[in-house]
Write a new protein. Structure first.
Length: 76
């Protein structure tokens, strides 16, 4: 019985997760000949505040940058 564990940094919609589950199940059936009823999948969503890469939290890396004011007078 295949057991698949998927971790996502951030979140996904229910529809996106359902699509991933369908795709992974179909792949195990096609590639390994597994019974789809035996395929078990767990999806864990990890907050980007609890996941880091390259020494930086994903929440900080992916945070929107402050917009520059196009009308501001440049400082001298």
């Amino acid at each position: 019985m295949p057991f698949v564990s998927i971790r996502l940094a951030g979140s996904a919609t229910k529809e996106q997760k359902a699509g991933v589950v369908a795709d992974v199940t179909a792949s195990l059936v096609a590639r390994l000949g597994k019974n789809p009823a035996a395929v078990q999948i767990v999806i864990e969503e990890v907050s980007t505040e609890n996941y880091a890469a390259g020494g930086q939290l994903l929440a900080d890396r992916d945070a929107p940058k402050p917009r520059e004011d196009a009308h501001a007078v440049p400082s001298q």
